[in-house]
Design a protein around this ligand. Structure first.
Ligand SMILES: Cc1ncc(COP(=O)(O)O)c(C=O)c1O
Length: 411
């Protein structure tokens, strides 16, 4: 489709955002038919068992205590110094890197991804991710004139498909000057997969085989890390990234959207584990320049809020305790869903933790459309159905696979 007034700029823009449209129809059906008649497992925010957004009350208390200047003033383009220190603490945990850690603030994790694509890939190039991926990866790359290439995430044993990864890396690197790879882990959206330390080792080995003049960048998109499980256990990958050779830029996209359940405040950052001071300085320079040309500076209130929480041990302990309660609820839902899937005799992509799980099937769009008629809303992806265990109660997580199985079998 071409536009009458606006410019196409090589983009393919869908008529509607599939997930928001689906969720909108679920809400409309709830209003018309009653809440109890509808299961809306499309939503990407954590909801409590009554269907309300899960809010960490101690975060809200800290938000209420913000000063007018915390809200009204501009923040520096790269983020306030306090915020940068907070991001290091929040993203890396207790891990002491051998590298210089540089941080550039961004509007949520999405902004961090955009900054990575804008600066660590070139126009017309391919950016690599897995075949199960979060839709906006395609939007961001397309918007910036890049192409999104994919490798098969799982092999026949449902483990990380290192051969598929290597094949794509070799093929793309043979044709372009460098390559940005974006891996969403832990608690991957949409499958809930978390890469193991062994997966990381293999990925890094593959990249090390590329000629050293190739400009490589490896990005870990950690949007769901604080809802995956034990904080230290899920951060061991930082050590792996920290030990990569100098021609591979280690990047981490971090977001407070889920961590503090402040999706609307748009607080996140791109982190570089810079091997050398030059790598760090260049990272700051290019990312801050891109920030200035897109969103300029980021919301100061969110930066001060996150910093105040991480600076105050008592407050931080309260926030962590509240978040743990929600994380336990989410984990229980994930277990209930996995049990339900087994009982229903359905396949499930390897789910470890997080907001979403995926049931592979033929004709996901058809199955989802038939489910919708019965008041069950799940997101059809290219290779299966994405179910948000974050947005439905445990008992629904348990029975949902049975409903889906009936529909798949009837189709
Ligand atoms: C895979 C993935 N990456 C990054 C994000 C970034 O989210 P935000 O920009 O709200 O921080 C999300 C949010 O849904 C996501 O699912």
């Amino acid at each position: 489709m071409s536009y009458k007034w606006a410019r196409q700029n090589g983009r393919t823009i869908p008529a509607e955002d599939k997930i928001f449209a689906l969720s909108g129809r679920a809400k409309a059906m709830m209003e018309k038919e009653g809440k109890e008649k509808v299961i809306n497992a499309t939503i990407g925010t954590l909801l409590d068992d009554s269907g309300n957004i899960a809010i960490i009350s101690s975060v809200m208390d800290a938000a209420a205590a913000l000063k007018p200047t915390d809200i009204c003033e501009y923040a520096p383009i790269g983020g306030t110094p306090d915020f940068k220190a907070t991001v290091k603490k929040a993203a890396l945990g207790s891990y002491e890197t051998g590298s210089g850690v540089e941080v550039v603030a961004s509007p949520g994790g999405t902004g961090a991804l955009r900054n990575a694509v804008a600066n660590y890939s070139a126009e017309g190039e391919k950016v690599l991710t897995s075949d199960w991926f979060w839709g906006p990866y395609k939007t961001i790359t397309g918007e910036l004139g890049r192409q999104l290439a994919t490798f098969p995430l799982f092999d026949e044993n449902m483990g990380f498909n290192i051969d598929g990864f290597e094949e794509q890396v070799n093929e793309i690197c043979a044709r372009q000057e460098g390559l940005l790879i974006m891996l969403n882990t832990p608690a991957h959206n949409p499958t809930g997969y978390s890469m193991t330390d062994g997966d990381w080792d293999k990925v890094i080995e593959v990249l090390k085989k590329q000629p050293s003049h190739k400009k490589l960048a490896l990005l870990a998109d950690t949007a769901y890390i604080d809802f995956a499980g034990d904080s230290e256990k899920y951060r061991t990958f930082v050590r792996k990234m920290d030990s990569m050779p100098e021609n591979i830029v280690p990047l981490i996209a971090y977001s407070f959207s889920k961590t503090l359940t402040i999706y609307g405040l748009r607080v996140g950052a791109l982190i570089c584990l810079a091997k050398t001071p030059e790598m760090g300085e260049e990272f700051l320079k290019v990312c801050q320049f891109s920030s200035r040309g897109t969103w300029s500076n980021c919301v100061k209130a969110g930066q001060v809020l996150a910093s105040n929480i991480y600076k105050d041990e008592t407050l931080f302990a309260k926030v962590e305790a509240e978040r743990k309660k929600f994380r336990d609820i989410l984990a229980a839902r994930g277990r209930a869903f996995s049990c339900g899937v087994e009982e229903a005799g359905l396949p499930l992509m390897p789910y470890d933790s997080g907001f979403f799980a995926c049931i592979p099937c033929d004709d996901p769009a058809g199955v989802s459309a038939r489910l919708e008629k019965k008041g069950v809303f799940v997101v059809p992806l290219a290779m299966g159905l994405r179910v948000s265990v974050a947005s439905v109660p445990e008992d629904v997580c348990r029975k949902l696979p049975g409903i889906i199985a009936d529909e798949i079998r009837q189709g």
